[in-house]
Design a protein around this ligand. Structure first.
Ligand code: ANZ
Ligand code: ZN
Length: 845
């Protein structure tokens, strides 16, 4: 082979790696375990997506680097193959997901993933839709149930009219163009429905989920996003009596200190008290308003800046427990039933939403603190004042400074009076876990008319998902399994009487909430994870993936791990010690040069297969990683022939191809010259300039450890250019050392090429079993020497300078020296005599 040809080299080494089990880890005996985890894909129609490939290129490079540091790197892979995503693809093709998914998994693994050349240990593969896996997903459901954290409740839930199922809040998104709340899987606007469903009480873990973030080695952004999603608010619940009735309602407020300024109260339109306290005169208006609000989504209702406030007076009054005054009660859609208590005390002077509402409907604005001790004139206020100086209009609290201390004093006072107490509220909702679909693990519960809800005994797991013909979602509020009488009707495990199975399946996010626990233990059929292996490999040392998982998968995985920990099944409570998120790749439009997010709808998604077929996996790996800092992402330009539509060797691809060819050529030429001379080592030109090598080893190592793959590649490019320019001047042995170093440094990034170079250098298989080369610190630090500095032949100074300093640099340094400046003052430098590493003599007249 004269030229580097990935079409020959890549399949050859992939076969070799597979045959020799190069990446198989002995999970029982590995002395230095390192669990390098990356997200597993949904096997759906479009095939492996460039986002996945980007994750994998970075994570695999990092894993390989760690392996060269001497770790036993366990890098498993699998398929998140249950769930709506995979099922929708099957529905689109009109095929049964049960047969199609296995085919898709095979296609993904064999024709896409294996061609990337990642060091996945396929002997631990996990496929979530197989009974040997989902048996334990069902087992997990039962553990959560046993812990008292799984319950059935009727609640307003989000329904996707296209997927025909309920969704968790985390599975909805806001469409940035229309402003609608849409299904994350299919983009259809969702609707609200009242349904009885299964929930996991993730809110019971809200505090731990927030507080635990502090000690994790995770990107700051991911911590902020996750804690905002959980949305902890500390405040109080205060009871308001409805004047002239026995009714009362509770409000949640984060500002109990503003109670004296509450000039009206507002109920969510869905609040159960609305009907009872609406007066006959107001009934028609209130009912019309409530009906109108029912068609709006939560997100539309809280879109603060875009919408005018709306609402209707219900006709009755509440008693402000601080002032004893009556205040009007309104319904308004900016108060949500799903948050706090679904009712608020409105303080227009200090809350902006309340201020706008009060101004629109002519309600009183009463400040309870101002600037310093100046009380603002309510009529002159143009917006709410959220913070200020000294309390006013607040009875015994007047004169205290506004702030958390005063708020706490209010809470104690309310608690003493028996009308309120401290309370913490969360934005996070309980995890809606049931789905009215076919393609998931059946929820392992049985309904018995005599015994109630009975969990399936663990020994009867798995509850096998039957292969059926009518697998389409029904839209009737129950899943397709409900139509199978033979499957649904079972004896009650407790009393033996006739009972019915639960026919919903669980959410896909439950499948992926524990898969990392399964990987090391896949050889065990009788338990989800083996204790010793789990202790050895977990928590995960490094998890790499995308930011879209921060408020879904990462949150759920943490919750499940905490529950299992509390059940005594795991001895750690956090699953991922270290998390890193890759940035997003943008596509540069080849014509306009404009940069846009890669997205299917824009049709600018790079398809990995085509690149691999044309240029090889190593080129794709490097091209993606070279696009920018890994954790920030970068831009990628695809260049195609306008007539044939073929990818062209241009732009960043061309640079990478040239670089890899240069590396290969250097090694091939060296090998050829070695055979020609036969007696290597006779040094013609003194000591090899090894410093370049040592410096490159140090820098590339630091970059790789830091996920700065783009700079690592840039340094290797420089190194290869330097080698090309200097190869002829190096003796055979020195050149060999340089090329070995180059090959080793390239190995994590371009694993196929490096393997080929290693073999060409005559080194034993495999380059991926070598240690990362060591560098000599002394060579990296520039060697210093004492330079004699003369002016007109007279010694003026001695200067400490790098031994390799150039004439220009030495002159520049010398001219900065005080005594040199004095000696040449008023004169002109006419000549400079330089003895490298020894002396500089400045001639000045
Ligand atoms: C009185 C008050 C005075 C408030 C003031 C704020 C400022 P966060 O921080 O997001 O938790 N609120 C409570 N329940 C609500 C609901 N179901 N729908 C809409 N708004 C609701 O916000 C808590 C504040 O949001 C609460 O504190 C309440 O308004 C409002 F100067 O009570 B506050
Ligand atoms: Zn949908």
């Amino acid at each position: 082979m004269d030229r580097y040809d990935p079409k020959v080299v890549e399949p050859k080494w992939q076969r070799m790696w597979e045959e020799t089990g190069l990446y198989t880890v002995d999970v029982h005996h590995a002395p230095r375990p390192f669990y390098n985890l990356m997200e597993f894909p949904y096997p759906s129609g479009e095939g492996l997506h460039v986002g996945h490939v980007y994750t994998y290129c970075g994570a695999d490079t990092y894993g390989r680097f760690q392996r060269m540091q001497g770790y036993d790197v366990f890098q498993p892979m699998g398929f998140d193959s249950f769930g709506i995503h995979t099922e929708n693809y099957a529905l689109k093709l009109g095929q049964n997901p049960m047969t199609l998914t296995e085919q898709t998994v095979r296609r993904f693994r064999e024709t896409q993933m294996k061609r990337l050349g990642a060091m996945w240990d396929w002997t631990h593969e996990v496929v979530t839709s197989r009974p040997d896996y989902y048996r334990w997903t069902q087992w997990l459901f039962l553990q959560i149930y046993k812990a008292g954290l799984a319950y059935r409740a009727t609640a307003p839930v989000t329904w996707c009219p296209s997927c025909l199922t309920v969704l968790a809040t985390e599975q909805t998104e806001k469409d940035t163009e229309t402003g609608d709340t849409v299904c994350e899987r299919c983009g259809t606007p969702t609707v609200q429905r009242e349904m009885e469903q299964w929930f996991f009480r993730i809110t019971a873990y809200a505090d731990r989920l927030v507080d635990g973030l502090r000690d994790l080695d995770w990107p700051e952004l991911s911590k902020v996003l996750q804690s905002e999603w959980i949305g902890r608010s500390e405040g109080a619940e205060i009871t308001f009596a409805v004047a002239g009735t026995d009714y009362s309602f509770r409000v949640f407020t984060t500002r109990p200190d503003t109670l004296f300024g509450a000039t009206y109260a507002t109920l969510a339109p869905e609040h159960p008290l609305v009907g009872a306290i609406t007066t006959p005169e107001q009934r028609a208006a209130v009912e019309a308003y409530v009906a109108e609000v029912r068609n709006k989504t939560e997100r539309e209702r809280v879109a603060e800046d875009v919408r005018e406030k709306t609402g209707v007076f219900v006709g009755s009054y509440a008693l402000n427990p601080a002032t004893g005054e009556t205040i009007p009660i309104w319904v308004a859609d900016y108060v949500l039933m799903s948050y706090g208590t679904g009712a608020i005390m409105a303080v227009p002077a200090h809350d902006q939403r309340d201020f706008e509402f009060a101004r629109k409907f002519g309600l009183e604005v009463r400040p309870v603190f101002g600037e310093g001790c100046i009380t603002p004139d309510p009529g002159a206020m143009t917006e709410a004042r959220t913070h200020g100086g000294i309390m006013v209009n607040s009875g015994a609290f007047n004169g205290l400074p506004e702030g958390p201390e005063t708020a706490r004093a209010f809470v104690s006072w309310l608690e003493e009076k028996g009308v309120g107490q401290a309370r913490t509220t969360y934005r996070l909702h309980d995890w809606l876990i049931s789905r009215q679909r076919y393609w998931g693990p059946p929820i392992p519960m049985i309904y018995c008319p005599a015994c109630g809800i009975v969990p399936v005994p663990e020994k009867d797991l798995p509850v096998v998902l039957p292969e059926i013909e009518k697998f389409r979602p029904t839209g009737t509020g129950v899943g397709p399994l409900a139509a199978l009488d033979w499957w649904v009707n079972v004896p009650c495990p407790v009393c033996g009487g006739p009972a019915r199975r639960e026919t919903d399946v669980s959410d896909t996010f439950l499948d992926s909430a524990w898969y990392f626990l399964r990987y090391p233990s896949t050889e065990y059929d009788d338990r989800p994870f083996e204790a010793g292996l789990t202790r050895k490999w977990l928590p995960v040392d490094m998890y790499m993936g995308g930011i879209e998982h921060v408020r879904r998968h990462h949150l759920y995985a943490r919750f499940v791990t905490m529950v299992l920990h509390d059940q005594g099944l795991l001895d750690f409570a956090e699953p991922f010690t270290r998390l890193r998120l890759h940035g997003l790749l943008d596509a540069i439009d080849p014509e306009s040069g404009q940069v846009a997010k890669m997205s299917k709808s824009k049709g600018n998604v790079v398809t990995p297969d085509e690149y691999i077929a044309r240029f090889g996996a190593d080129v794709l790996r490097l091209a993606l990683l070279f696009a920018g800092p890994y954790e920030e992402g970068g831009a990628f330009r695809e260049v195609r022939d306008p007539t044939t539509g073929e990818l062209r060797r241009e732009g960043s691809i061309a640079g990478i191809v040239r670089f890899l060819e240069r590396c290969y050529d250097l090694v091939a030429e060296h090998a050829a010259s070695g055979r020609a001379t036969a007696h290597p080592g006779a040094s013609a030109n003194g000591a090899p300039p090894a410093a370049v090598m040592h410096r490159t080893i140090k820098q590339v190592g630091e970059d790789a450890a830091d996920l700065k793959f783009h700079t690592a590649i840039a340094r290797l490019m420089e190194y290869s250019t330097w080698l090309k320019d200097n190869a002829a001047a190096l003796d055979q042995a020195a050149r060999g050392e340089h090329l070995k170093a180059l090959t080793l440094l390239l190995a994590p990034l371009a694993p196929h090429l490096a393997e080929e170079m290693w073999a060409t250098l005559g080194q034993p298989y495999s380059v991926h079993q070598q240690f990362w080369p060591a560098y000599d610190e002394a060579q990296v630090q520039p060697q210093m020497t004492t330079l004699v500095v003369q002016v007109n032949g007279k010694l003026r100074e001695r200067a400490e300078v790098p031994a390799t300093i150039s004439k220009d640099d030495a002159l520049a340094q010398a001219l900065r020296l005080e005594r040199v400046r004095e000696a040449i003052a008023g004169k002109k430098v006419t000549d400079v005599i330089f003895v490298p590493g020894r002396l500089i003599n400045i001639v000045a007249r």
